[in-house]
Design a protein around this ligand. Structure first.
Ligand code: SAM
Length: 204
């Protein structure tokens, strides 16, 4: 167990989507990576710590047919399912702590926006990296978005691990080649700005 499941269940039970700092109407940067890597519509895609993000909506509307959303919070998954209505049945939903997750399929595209950075001890980071190494197909892609060193030190009231290009690459360099990193300013629903680092990697 890596993080406080109770914390996340409570967040998603008590806050509307526009009351959380990470809310995005449309996940522009994430979709740009999907387009950059020209992912085929039958690619196996997973959004790790997807919560009730609209990334899944964007993927379904483009015609992606093998989308998995994993989150530690059953409430988050339920909110996403309710929003999607009938389309929810097109998605594979997984309620799990990523640290305990044992994948049963291999992925072509692993996406994580603001979940990995909650892993603040070496053992849990090691488990995450090991799972990604096992679960991503050769030549498959890993897209990680975390707060940068110019970003906040906490997210949802929890201490997070900030990354820069070098420290993030160091975590994944054994099994992945780095493709590119970008930083972006995310404007929260409260009009504050959070600096993110997004890095993309390809499995060797
Ligand atoms: C800051 S939110 C980001 C949500 C979503 N990725 C987005 O961009 O809108 C962090 C998400 O990670 C989930 N999460 C936190 N720790 C997790 C863990 N150890 N395993 C799986 N999900 C986790 C939370 O429940 C929450 O949905």
């Amino acid at each position: 167990m890596s993080t406080n499941k109770t914390h996340w269940e409570n967040v998603f039970a008590t806050k509307a989507e526009t009351e959380v700092s990470w809310f995005q109407v449309y996940p522009t940067t994430s979709m740009e990576f999907v387009e950059l890597f020209n992912m085929p519509l039958d690619a196996n895609i997973i959004d790790v710590g997807g919560g009730d993000s609209h990334f899944v909506d964007a993927l379904l509307s483009k015609g992606y047919t093998n989308v998995h959303v994993l989150d530690i919070s059953a409430n988050a998954i339920q909110k996403a399912q309710q929003r999607l209505g009938e389309n929810a049945s097109k998605v594979i939903w997984i309620v799990s702590d990523i640290v305990d997750y044992v994948p049963t399929v291999k992925f072509d595209f692993w996406h994580d926006r603001a979940a990995f950075h909650f892993l603040t001890n070496a053992d849990n980071v090691y488990k995450y990296v090991a799972t990604a190494e096992t679960a991503i197909n050769p030549n498959g892609y890993l897209i990680l978005g975390t707060f940068s060193e110019n970003g906040p030190e906490k997210c949802s009231g929890l201490t997070i691990q900030q990354y820069n290009e070098t420290s993030m690459s160091a975590r994944f360099e054994v099994a992945f080649n780095r493709i590119k990193c970008i930083t972006e300013n995310h404007t929260t629903p409260f009009n504050t700005v959070q600096n993110f680092l997004f890095c993309s990697f390809q499995k060797k």
